[in-house]
Design a binder for this molecule. Structure first.
Ligand SMILES: Nc1ncnc2c1ncn2[C@@H]1O[C@H](COP(=O)(O)OP(=O)(O)OP(=O)(O)O)[C@@H](O)[C@H]1O
Length: 295
């Protein structure tokens, strides 16, 4: 599903008839962009810059004050095609706080309650969604969500979105509060969904290393305007952009730049630690000190 934003301006509250909108009241101030079907995009930006609002507009939770959001060339609000928003899955920040059913299976299957499917078909979909997030149906389906670990709860919540087989997956800071192995498992899942099923994945993150590793495209939102759009390694190489956000250069990028500038070694994406370490090792045997930032 292609997502197109045409001059989106947004502020909370419906404007009165003929009201001239005060630009300082706007949260989003003129967003123009296209996200092609099957893309993987990370949204970065400081707290309060409008990242969640941007996701909510795509999902149709809220309507733009001005401008149009098009899904596959259709304006769902104007063309009365609100069912298009059902093809978009939304994973809230800390979605595990919204688990409420007595069992994992019931929670994951909640979104299917009105679907015209047999009980067996529903069970199969629930099992597949749980398996997609690395949870065995036989182990977890009858347990109470309350007795799961934080990472397991998060996976159950994501399974509850995946069970609806969305074409687009929006995730608001999906790795917040997760340990390293849960983060790795989550990105493996997103990679598989994106590459094998062509699911468009758009996620908000404050973690530059995570963006650098997993996002071919990064959008950086500053005070309601996208000030960067492109490959994160290129965007994050800009000192002026980093200083606008108060970001440090991620160590992987420092090391990659150092390898290239000093030794002509061009490590291409993905920047596997092993590959970088091997390159460093080959230099260290020649007694060249590594940059301080990466030691
Ligand atoms: N219901 C609301 N009414 C009025 N203002 C709101 C409402 N919800 C959010 N805001 C304001 O809109 C702005 C953007 O909020 P948003 O949640 O989109 O930011 P964000 O970039 O996702 O922040 P964070 O990284 O902290 O989650 C903030 O200034 C926030 O206070």
């Amino acid at each position: 599903m292609q997502i197109k934003l045409n001059n989106i301006r947004f502020r909370h509250g419906k404007p009165k008839k003929r009201e001239k909108i005060d630009p300082s009241s706007l949260i989003l101030k003129g967003l123009d962009l296209t996200i092609e079907s099957g893309s993987k995009v990370a949204i970065a930006g400081l707290s309060g810059s409008g990242k969640s609002t941007f996701l909510q507009l795509i999902k149709g939770f809220t309507q733009p004050t001005e401008g149009i959001v098009e899904l596959d060339g259709i304006n769902p609000h104007l063309d009365k095609r609100l069912e298009l928003f059902d093809q978009i899955g939304y994973v809230f920040q800390y979605p595990e706080h919204q688990l409420f059913a007595p069992t994992v299976a019931e929670d994951v299957g909640f979104g299917l309650r009105h679907a015209k499917l047999t009980a067996l078909e529903k069970e199969t979909k629930i099992r597949q969604a749980l398996e997609a997030v690395g949870m065995q149906d036989s182990v977890f389906s009858q347990r109470s969500p309350l007795e799961l670990s934080g990472g397991e709860k998060r996976r159950v919540a994501i399974a509850g979105v995946l069970v609806l087989e969305p074409k687009v997956l929006l995730l608001d800071e999906p790795t917040a509060g997760l340990d390293m192995s849960s983060r790795i498992a989550l990105f493996e899942l997103l990679k598989n969904l994106n590459e094998e099923q062509g699911t468009t994945v758009i996620w908000v993150s404050h973690q530059l290393e995570e963006i650098l590793e997993h996002a071919p495209r990064m959008l950086a939102l500053h005070q309601g305007v996208f000030v960067a759009d492109g490959a994160p390694e290129e965007q994050l190489a800009s000192e002026s952009l980093r200083s606008l956000f108060g970001w440090e250069e991620p160590p992987a990028l420092t090391l990659r730049r150092w390898l290239y500038e000093n030794h002509g070694i061009d490590i291409s994406r993905p920047w596997l630690v092993e590959e970088m370490a091997k390159a460093c090792q080959s230099i260290l045997v020649r007694n060249v000190p590594c940059p301080q930032a990466v030691i």
